[in-house]
Write a new protein. Structure first.
Lengths: 321, 295
């Protein structure tokens, strides 16, 4: 059960009534009063979201998916397969044009319905998906194409087959490939950023996060199960994990936040997708013309600094801002 | 074997026994009651059935190196960036683990020689927060790889980890990216990076530096994987076969170079170093280390 979806149900009736009034008359007093009321209700419901509410926002069934971002690009030609085992539909990748710019795109793909979700393994990528990603990262680096990724996964696939085909090695290799890439890398966290499975395509020069997306070391349910042996305490765990865009921005893990309309990105999906692509374009413009060496050095320094520890001698400690 | 350099004699950390150590230790595999001293003398391998107990980082270092071990990174200590509390506050958990394990964090890093080969050596310890990787583990590992690179030394890291440390949230996850940066730079210096995966090696550690090494050795019977066994069983709703995610299973599937019994580890590592490292390059490396030791 999605808490945001449940909450939206209480607005459905009012909105239907609003639509009715709009059809009849655009200037009636009743219409304006109702519009104000709905707006107020919406602000009450979605104006200040808790971490758990944002988790539900990120998992909202109507939230724009990778496929929506891919469809909004100037052009996209998917490249398939890891050349060894199979093509993983949970991760799409290929050549694209973004605001006229040639790029390599990688996107974790959840499905929009049950059937497609089963085919795409709910966006949980298998080793062959990461190996395809790694192949495309290396190709991008060679062809001097910036890498743009869209992250939306609850985590890397935890199945038997994935273990048999070395999920760890597949993710570790993606991290190395991104570290080595001589081209700008811009990652966007558009929905769920599930731990190492998300990071595998999100080690980047510039990380953009949708306001209500979440990015976490563990799922709130998994975290609650480990801590208290009770997955039902997920809302509490979500709060502690500091997985929201604002938190991660403070930690220096996320560089830019793209604001969502009141009530979430799905309230106006196409507009939000464009806004995100604008942000990516802006970031790529700023990274344009930097040499591979400069990019790699900056990337090194960026990740080398993340974290907070204290130093007995008080000389080198890195604390949070 | 070349003589142990003087600087290596300067510092040596003694083997630490947990305070609650009783005289006897039961083997979980053959149920034999073992005299603790005998097991310790046998590198924590059951004297009856060969079961490998999890080993304390300093015991492992002592069993491995020629003489002394110069530890670095001890000034890098954990903070509490998320002000984390679950059943207990994070700082209290850290304090309890410091008491229990006599360690300052889940990894010990430093320099030593193995049969005369100077190496940078990192050893993770499951006794401290389940070997989880938080900022300090990431920082010490990255630091070790950077120092190894600067000194042109091979680097060997023993892993034992439950994954990323939840109490440090995303800052812990980012240590995968941090260690990767250091691994990538290290690899430019022409020296081998060797990991020895011990029981257990999972999650964020296996999906970063553990599986980025040039040579990956696994200790016999060690549990190694990405997702934890329980997570997979819950996902697929069936019991997993006994040998699933064991070192032997990984060897069969082609994920690692070799499975080695604990008693053969040192000799194996020395052979690997002998193949991979040009002995003529040792002299400058040895010279480089004392400067550091005296700093």
């Amino acid at each position: 059960m999605n808490v945001i979806v449940e909450r939206e149900k209480s607005l459905v009736e009012l909105e239907a009534r609003l639509a009715q009034l709009r059809e009849r008359d655009t200037a009636s007093g009743e219409l304006r009063a109702l519009e104000t009321k709905v707006e107020e209700l919406r602000r009450d419901m979605f104006g200040r979201l808790s971490a758990w509410e944002r988790v539900n926002m990120a998992r909202h069934p109507k939230r724009p998916l990778a496929s929506d971002y891919l469809a909004a690009l100037d052009a996209f030609d998917e490249l398939h397969g890891d050349r060894h085992f199979r093509d993983d539909p949970a991760l799409a990748g290929g050549f694209a044009k973004l605001r006229g710019r040639r790029v390599m795109v990688l996107a974790q793909q959840k499905g929009s319905d049950t059937k497609e979700n089963v085919r795409r393994n709910f966006g949980m990528v298998s080793p062959e998906g990461y190996r395809k990603a790694k192949r495309l990262m290396e190709l991008a680096s060679r062809l001097r194409l910036p890498i743009v990724s869209f992250v939306d996964t609850s985590g890397a696939d935890p199945g038997i087959g994935s273990e048999e085909r070395a999920q760890s090695e597949a993710i570790a290799s993606c991290l190395l490939a991104l570290t080595r890439a001589e081209v700008p890398i811009v990652a966007t966290i558009v929905g769920e950023g599930g731990s190492g499975g998300a990071l595998a395509i999100a080690l980047a020069d510039h990380v953009i996060m949708a306001e209500n997306a979440v990015y976490s070391v563990a799922s709130p349910e998994g975290c609650a199960a480990i801590l208290w042996g009770d997955a039902a305490r997920a809302p509490e765990a979500a709060e502690r994990l500091r997985l929201t865009s604002a938190d991660l921005n403070t930690f220096g893990i996320v560089d830019e936040i793209v604001a969502e309309p009141l009530g979430g990105a799905h309230r106006n999906g196409p507009a939000f997708v464009q806004k995100m692509l604008d942000a990516v374009d802006g970031a790529l413009s700023r990274l344009d013309g930097l040499s591979g060496e400069t990019l790699r050095e900056a990337r090194y320094m960026k990740y080398r600094r993340i974290g907070a520890w204290r130093d007995e001698t008080g000389e080198r400690a890195v604390a949070l801002p | 074997m070349p003589p142990i350099p003087e600087w290596l004699r300067l510092r040596r950390d003694k083997s630490v026994q947990p305070e609650d150590a009783s005289l006897w230790q039961k083997c979980p595999r053959c149920n034999e009651m073992l005299y603790r001293k005998d097991v310790a003398a046998n590198q924590w391998v059951c004297t009856r059935c060969g079961y490998h107990f999890r080993m304390h980082a300093y015991d492992r270092i002592n069993a491995l190196v020629d003489g002394d071990f110069v530890e670095i990174g001890t000034e890098i200590l954990p903070g509490d960036p998320l002000a984390w509390t679950d059943k207990r506050p994070y700082p209290a958990k850290l304090e309890a683990d410091r008491e229990k394990s006599k360690l300052t964090e889940a990894v010990v890093t430093g320099f030593a020689t193995l049969d005369g080969f100077p190496v940078a050596l990192g050893v993770m310890d499951f006794n401290f927060r389940g070997g989880t990787m938080g900022t300090v583990v990431g920082e010490r590992i990255a630091n070790l790889l950077e120092e190894a690179r600067r000194r042109r030394l091979p680097c060997i890291i023993f892993t034992a980890s439950g994954g990323a440390r939840m109490e440090e949230g995303m800052l812990a996850l980012m240590q995968m990216a941090k260690t990767t940066q250091a691994v990538e730079r290290f690899m430019e210096n022409g020296n081998p990076f060797i990991t020895v995966l011990t029981d257990p090696t999972t999650g964020g550690v296996s999906a970063s530096f553990a599986f980025q090494a040039d040579i990956i050795i696994a200790e016999a019977k060690a549990a190694i994987g990405f997702a934890g066994r329980r997570v997979i069983e819950q996902t697929i709703r069936q019991k997993l076969p006994e040998n699933f995610q064991t070192a032997e299973f990984l060897l069969e599937k082609g994920h690692i170079d070799m499975v080695v019994e604990r008693h053969d580890l040192r000799a194996t590592l020395v052979r690997m170093l002998d193949y991979a490292v040009d002995r003529r390059r040792l002299t400058p490396a040895l010279k480089a280390v004392p400067e550091f030791a005296l700093q």
